[in-house]
Design a protein around this ligand. Structure first.
Ligand code: NAG
Ligand code: NAG
Ligand code: NAG
Ligand code: NAG
Length: 424
């Protein structure tokens, strides 16, 4: 996530979207066997081959005429039909695989806060970290996770600044105080039974310098991962998210070498089987992961034994006008531009990806496009393992992309996008 503006008002609508035939419910698409008619005032509209949705009759026209993906809103037959994926390579046979029954392997939410104060230049003002834990004076991230798990969620991403974990000493050991506080969040996550992603939220940088390319050395970076992997090697549900959103990294092959060094450090520390997330360039853009060379470079990263078991590509996608995740309104589901080409490539190389950031405002346009994106991802669940929404944790419920539920006594109420599209 590129910005951490905790204020901002999303126009909350009072829509309630639960049943399939109601406004914004699915009403068709490849593999769909449910209702195909909509309630009065809504029109069943093709968003992509996998997802027809009941949209307000009045908005359908403007969507069709202005959407950047209107070329896919024709009545032509789908260009590709999901096929059973061969999992013949040993590298994927023991990776988590989604069931063929129409669900994703992972449904998650980012529980942000320890990363607050980190900028896209890899600086982190550690005094601005805002732990999402009541015990540390923050919001109730532990309660949020318990709530989400009760709905069927099974993975959380826990962003944290590199500087925070080592108390601003580049290449130094984990700071006992700070890493102990972060561990409280990891343990709160693990206690729910969910998978827990350790996300170093530094954009491939430390204070402006790119790792392995003029900034910190690979050894300084891998010392962090050696320490974290040593600490969590006995936890099978800890996932190692090597780096959030590398961007403007000049040499993708040198970056892949940095990622390889981190993977090697993690495996050598004894965390031999946990999932590791491999991040590409350009803000881990799902759209340009293949076209800009990240896929080819990162596909060469291996475990100690030369396999790629449990090495999963990390991709992000926002649905607003510039893919930045800073606007309340969504303008695309990005299925034809991003997810279809990515899924095709993943199948061709026998690999899988996890969408660790996606989101939108709690408004009707995002309900429309997010539901469409999730439906497509579900249709390619052999190669897209799932998604992790951005974001809850220490974000206010008024934050533009807030997935932070509102608490009243022991009752939690979800944000519109969560209740409409994102909860399992
Ligand atoms: C870090 O954040 C604190 C609290 O907002 C602020 O007082 C301080 O000036 C910041 N430090 C830097 C170097 O920006
Ligand atoms: C980064 O990705 C965006 C779409 O997400 C694309 O428009 C842009 O051209 C990409 N930039 C690079 C350098 O690949
Ligand atoms: C990635 O995008 C940048 C900017 O558009 C371009 O200069 C570079 O050649 C691209 N790399 C590959 C491998 O396509
Ligand atoms: C096919 C499609 O809708 N592609 C869009 C994906 O999102 C980006 C950012 O909004 C657009 O530039 C693409 O046209």
């Amino acid at each position: 996530m590129k910005t951490l503006i905790a204020l901002g008002v999303a126009g909350l609508s009072a829509l309630s979207v639960r049943a399939q035939q109601t406004l914004y419910g699915q009403c068709g698409g490849i593999g769909w066997t449910g209702a195909t008619t909509c309630v009065s005032g809504a029109t069943c509209t093709l968003l992509n081959s996998y997802y027809y949705q009941c949209l307000p009759a009045s908005s359908t026209t403007s969507h069709s005429s202005t959407s950047s993906h209107s070329s896919s809103s024709t009545t032509t037959t789908p260009t590709t039909t999901p096929t059973t994926i061969s999992t013949t390579t040993s590298s994927t046979s023991s990776s988590p695989s989604a069931s063929a029954t129409g669900s994703l392997k992972f449904y998650g939410v980012n529980i942000a806060g320890f990363d607050f104060g980190c900028g896209t230049d890899g600086t982190c003002n550690t005094t601005q970290a805002y732990p999402p834990l009541v015990s540390l004076g923050g919001p109730d991230g532990a309660g949020q996770m318990q709530h989400f798990v009760s709905e069927g969620y099974n993975i959380f991403r826990l962003p944290v600044g590199w500087q925070y974990l080592v108390a601003n000493t580049l290449g130094g050991p984990l700071d006992p105080t700070n890493s102990g506080k972060y561990d409280q969040l990891v343990q709160a996550c693990l206690s729910t039974g969910a998978y827990c992603i350790i996300d170093i939220h530094n954009y491939a940088r430390w204070n402006g310098g790119i790792i392995g390319q003029g900034g910190p050395t690979n050894a300084q970076f891998t010392s962090l991962w050696s320490a974290l992997a040593t600490k969590y090697k006995a936890q099978s549900k800890v996932v190692f998210g090597i780096m959030n959103e590398p961007h403007d990294v000049p040499d993708i092959n040198a970056w892949a070498a940095t990622v390889q060094a981190a993977v090697t450090a993690i495996r050598q520390a004894g965390a031999t089987s946990q999932l590791i997330l491999l991040p590409g360039n350009n803000w881990t853009s799902a759209q340009t992961f293949v076209s800009n060379g990240s896929g080819a470079a990162l596909a060469a990263v291996t475990n100690l034994d030369g396999t790629t078991t449990n090495l999963i590509f990390d991709v992000h996608k926002y649905l607003d006008s510039d893919n930045s995740g800073t606007h309340a309104e969504c303008t695309t589901d990005n299925v034809s531009s991003s997810w279809q080409p990515l899924a095709t490539w993943l199948r061709s190389v026998g690999r899988q990806a996890l969408n660790t950031e996606t989101g939108g405002g709690n408004v009707a346009s995002c309900v429309q496009y997010m539901c469409s994106q999730v439906a497509y991802q579900t249709s390619v669940n052999d190669v897209i393992l799932g998604y992790v929404g951005w974001a809850a944790g220490s974000f206010a419920t008024s934050y533009v992309l807030s997935e932070t539920p509102t608490q009243s006594g022991s009752t939690w109420t979800d944000q519109l996008l969560v209740s409409s599209c994102m909860k399992p």
